[in-house]
Write a protein that binds this ligand. Structure first.
Ligand code: PSV
Ligand code: MN
Length: 392
């Protein structure tokens, strides 16, 4: 395996953050199918994330949503303790200013200064949670936007968002990074205030040096060339991280690579290409953002992490020197085939080698199924009430 030593080393550094909300009961706006093993509290979500990390060795941190995981009165120290108990740490803190009734007309871009202040206060509280749990990331997504032409002044909203994001940036501790996520539609159906990567980048640039763009793979129109966005953001030193998921239609929250694994490979290829060009590894927060409606949640997460590792390894296998040579000769077929050769390589032996060297199960999904974890969780969690996350 000496041939693959560099890839094994890169795998050591390839970590993916799990979302706490991905372990809870979720659904679509048409309803929810409850699972008896779904996590009902932040402690149970951390336990489930711990199970994924124990079996994959790739998910040491868990992203949390302030409103869902830190309801008022929740002891922050107890969450940190639970995370430790399950072998994980708290990762990105996601403020939630899109669910409560006062945000009907927006949060940071609401025309009412009192509502804007309430949203800002919640984000400040989230930054304080980040400080107390030792998280470096505050991850911002806003549902702010309008549903009809003429409903509001787009430029006024732009200015409100820019001013607010600058204040958020300046509130963060020096060691923190602020991630600005974009999404073209839903729940706003005419104009979302941060609709695409260009808007997110302008806002992040204006906010300050510790702001970056977050690319959620589900937040694009069909046919958008996501990997080109990734390449540009990297070149601009403005890419901060990812929310991984896949989709067929819109923001479908399907498991990564279930629909288009080649696209995920192309994204990783651009990241590796950037490293090849610059000799530098960008600081990227790889995160999963999937709420599993039908699949068992832990299984879906293990499947996602396994898929991400395989596709990342495939991108690491691209022969970049040969690619540069083929490109210089305008040899399109050879160039494309270099990517295809990497993509179609059977990476199972490489992953098996990596897992063996880390004393991890070679097949984490099979190990999870054999562990009886799901059955035990279901038995325990079907007793007592269920928590209802109406949005997640
Ligand atoms: C919005 O669709 C989003 O992608 C944001 O990242 C939220 O935090 C998350 O989904 C909630 O599930
Ligand atoms: Mn997201």
């Amino acid at each position: 395996m000496a041939k693959y030593d560099h890839v094994l080393k890169q795998l050591d550094d390839f970590k993916i953050e799990l979302p706490s909300w991905g372990f809870a009961d979720t659904g679509t706006r048409f309803g929810k199918f409850l699972q008896s093993a779904a996590a009902r509290s932040i402690e149970e979500k951390l336990a489930d994330a711990g199970q994924v990390h124990r079996l994959t060795g790739a998910c040491p941190t868990v992203a949390v949503h302030t409103l869902w995981d830190f309801p008022s009165g929740k002891s922050i120290a107890s969450v940190v303790k639970a995370a430790k108990k399950y072998g994980v740490a708290i990762g990105a803190i996601n403020p939630n200013v899109f669910e409560s009734q006062q945000y009907k007309w927006g949060s940071l871009t609401n025309r009412d200064p009192d509502i804007r202040e309430q949203a800002f206060a919640h984000i400040r509280d989230s930054i304080e949670i980040a400080r107390q749990v030792g998280s470096e990331y505050i991850s911002l997504w806003f549902a702010d936007g309008i549903n009809y032409p003429g409903q509001a002044d787009l430029i006024e909203r732009k200015h409100l968002m820019a001013d607010a994001l600058k204040s958020v940036h300046d509130t963060m501790a020096e060691n923190m990074t602020m991630l600005v996520e974009y999404k073209p539609f839903e729940p706003a159906f005419y104009a979302t205030d941060i609709a695409d990567w260009g808007m997110a980048m302008l806002f992040a640039r204006a906010a300050g040096p510790r702001a970056r763009v977050l690319v959620d793979t589900g937040h694009h129109y069909q046919t958008t060339n996501i990997e080109q966005i990734v390449a540009w953001l990297l070149d601009e030193n403005m890419l901060g991280g990812f929310h991984f998921n896949d989709r067929k239609y819109a923001d479908d929250d399907l498991t990564l690579g279930s629909i288009d694994p080649y696209q995920v490979f192309r994204i990783f290829h651009e990241i590796e290409n950037h490293r090849f060009r610059t000799g530098k590894k960008p600081a990227l927060a790889y995160m999963v953002d999937q709420s599993h409606n039908l699949k068992p949640k832990i299984e879906a997460m293990i499947q996602t992490v396994d898929t991400a590792q395989h596709l990342y390894v495939k991108a690491c296998l691209v022969d970049r020197k040969a690619l540069a040579t083929a490109q210089a000769k305008e040899d399109l077929v050879a160039s494309e085939n270099i990517l295809r050769a990497a993509f179609f390589t059977d990476t199972r032996p490489i992953l098996a080698e990596w897992r063996k060297s880390h004393r991890l199960p070679i097949d984490p999904l099979a190990a999870h199924r054999a562990s009886g974890y799901e059955r035990r969780a279901a038995a325990k969690r079907s007793k007592g009430g269920k928590t209802d996350h109406s949005f997640a």
